[in-house]
Design a protein around this ligand. Structure first.
Ligand code: OXD
Ligand code: MN
Length: 594
């Protein structure tokens, strides 16, 4: 399929190491993929679902000890520990390669090894980067075929170029004690062993498109971010694009596929999804920041996805989708908690055990997933495949904070915006009566995904700002403010559109704001609440007073936060946190004490 010497010699090397019985190159043809599906069905690796209900859809169960990303076993093996920084696990690269080669030695004996060329980004796009994943799992091949562009066209685009990302994955014994997800950014190398769970084995996603790509981006002058990309279409046909970085369980996929409230739809507003998880950003020739979604599908969390919370995500899963660790119904359909209120009876749970939905146990794993083609999404943007990307007007950071962060605020400028991203945090779910959860700092939602020292990463953000002529405005949102009884004070979901409109109006210089110690906050009258109908608690409908309340900046909470930010920055070695960010922290503290 290729005469690329670098590719051929690396594949030979890996085959000699892992010793598979057979080697199969994935050309991306439907015939080959269909044969692999049939083979995986014959061994029980996947199950064909009811093709009348869910055409082209399959079901898979992982091992019970292998259901999520394993941050504790994920390593960034840069030449020195300092390059990986205090937020990553690190091991000396030579030591790690030795350990891994021991685990890979003969790991594919009796198995078939698949050589899968794939592209992150539209093939041929100036943003695109190519990878080859060697894997002994058909499940991985089939998922990668949904999540990325695969096959001969990628090798053709790569030609004789030795510049590709190497990724080797072996399921081995699925031994937790020897499970490793390792990035060697300086070598463009990813190694994954003893796992079969998506986030650990679909190497194009977190391993390449975030960890390796963030490192490449720093060296090459672009950015790889854990961000959704969405477009807003105005009634006059104008389109504006925003990116948003949120830690997990903060509604990223829901925001990416948001449906505006009827009042706005009736006027002609629409939301279009470009991406739900990862954005690659470059400065265009016109000096604006452009983003592409390097992925080709959605690897979404199933529980909680339903006709009300995210009809577009649900619709995306109705064909050519792989479901992992959900419940399979008797008629070959799928079910998960939060899909509807009618759990199936007489079926097995995600582990394959007899399951009684009435005994309170869960049928689907909380991290059960759908792998769905992005083009299935009813609101997928016509720009989804645009090789040049879309111009970004605003960057939104967000987290789950019961009290501290207001519904929305705008940073004063790019440097302050980078500071706002660097102090991002999310709380574990807050209990009732004002009790709050534990704050975990998750800068730019990149804590588990940054392929180098986070201090250098912040410096890279600051440097990028200098290259962008028309800098996107940077905002922070918090959809999760709670009242003293633990009720959500803001409806979220589609009503977040009201906040997006203010954000974009600010970018256009068309909306006013109030300056506070933390940045600019909307005047309550500038958030359009027309037809908003939300009950915070029984008998208490959302009013403008509630809006005022969630727009307030709680100084005491912020002062407490400052201490936790100092502790976090303090983890980095002397001089690593850019001086501009320390000075923003000082400014914030002074503003709050004024
Ligand atoms: C994540 C994901 O863990 O997107 O962030 O799967
Ligand atoms: Mn993610």
């Amino acid at each position: 399929m290729t005469t690329n010497k670098a590719v051929l010699s690396w594949v030979d090397e890996m085959v000699a190491l892992t010793k598979p019985d057979r080697v199969v190159w994935i050309d991306g043809s439907e015939d080959q993929l269909e044969a692999l599906r049939a083979e995986a069905c014959s061994t029980g690796e996947i199950v064909k679902l009811n093709q009348d209900l869910l055409p082209g859809c399959y079901y898979h169960r992982t091992a019970v000890n292998d259901v999520a990303r394993v941050e504790g076993r994920t390593y960034i093996c840069t030449p020195t520990k300092e390059e990986a920084g205090p937020t990553n696990n690190w091991m000396d690269p030579a030591e790690m390669y030795k350990l891994l080669w021991g685990l890979y030695d003969g790991a594919m004996k009796g198995r078939t090894c698949y050589v899968l060329p794939y592209s992150m980004g539209p093939v041929g796009s100036p943003f695109a980067k190519y990878g080859i994943e060697i894997t002994d799992s058909i499940y991985v091949v089939l998922n990668m075929n949904i999540m990325t562009r695969v096959g001969q066209k990628v090798l053709d685009a790569l030609g004789d170029n030795p510049d590709f990302i190497k990724g080797i994955h072996a399921k081995a014994d699925l031994d937790e004690e020897n499970r490793y997800i390792v990035q060697f950014p300086q070598d463009n190398y990813i190694c994954s062993v003893n796992s079969g769970y998506g986030g650990n084995v679909l190497l194009g996603k977190k391993c390449f498109a975030l960890r390796i790509a963030s490192y490449l981006g720093r060296n090459e002058g672009w950015m790889a971010e854990h961000m959704l990309i969405l477009g807003i279409k105005y009634p006059d046909g104008t389109k504006k694009y925003v990116t948003g970085a949120f830690p997990s369980a903060c509604g990223k996929t829901n925001l990416a596929m948001l449906i505006p409230p009827k009042y706005f739809r009736d006027q002609g507003y629409e939301v279009e999804t470009v991406g739900d998880d990862i954005a690659w950003l470059r400065v265009g020739e016109d000096g604006q920041l452009y983003a592409i979604n390097p992925e080709y599908g959605f690897f979404g969390v199933a529980p909680g996805t339903n006709e009300k919370s995210n009809p577009n995500a649900l619709a995306s899963t109705r064909k050519n989708t792989i479901f992992t660790n959900v419940v399979m119904t008797k008629d070959g359909g799928v079910w998960w908690e939060g899909l509807d209120k009618n759990p199936p009876h007489g079926v097995e749970n995600w582990k394959g055990e007899p399951w009684n939905p009435d005994d309170g146990s869960k049928g689907a794993h909380p991290n059960s997933r759908f792998t769905a083609p992005a083009i299935n999404c009813p609101c997928i943007s016509p720009e989804f495949e645009n090789p040049q990307g879309v111009p970004i007007s605003a960057i939104i950071f967000g987290g789950r904070r019961a009290k501290t962060a207001p519904l929305v605020y705008e940073s004063r400028d790019w440097t302050h915006g980078v500071f706002v991203g660097s102090i991002m945090a999310s709380e574990t779910t807050a209990a009732a009566s004002g009790a709050v959860g534990v704050v975990r700092r998750d800068p730019m939602a990149m804590l588990p995904f940054c392929g180098y020292n986070m201090g250098d990463y912040w410096q890279h953000w600051l440097d990028m700002g200098k290259k962008i002529k028309k800098q996107p405005h940077i905002f922070n949102v918090n959809w999760f403010r709670l009242d003293d009884e633990g009720n959500f004070m803001w409806p979220g979901f589609g009503d977040n559109f009201r906040v997006l409109l203010w954000i974009l109006a600010r970018c256009e210089g068309k909306a006013d704001a109030v300056e506070t110690p933390i940045g600019f906050v909307p005047k309550p009258e500038d958030i359009d609440l027309t037809d908003l109908d939300y009950e915070i608690k029984k008998g208490h409908k959302f009013t403008e007073d509630d809006l005022k309340s969630i727009l307030t900046v709680e100084k005491d909470w912020w002062l407490e936060d400052i201490e936790s930010i100092k502790d976090f920055y303090g983890k980095f070695s002397e001089g690593k946190v850019p001086a501009e960010l320390w000075s923003e922290l000082e400014k914030l503290e002074n503003n709050l004490k004024k």
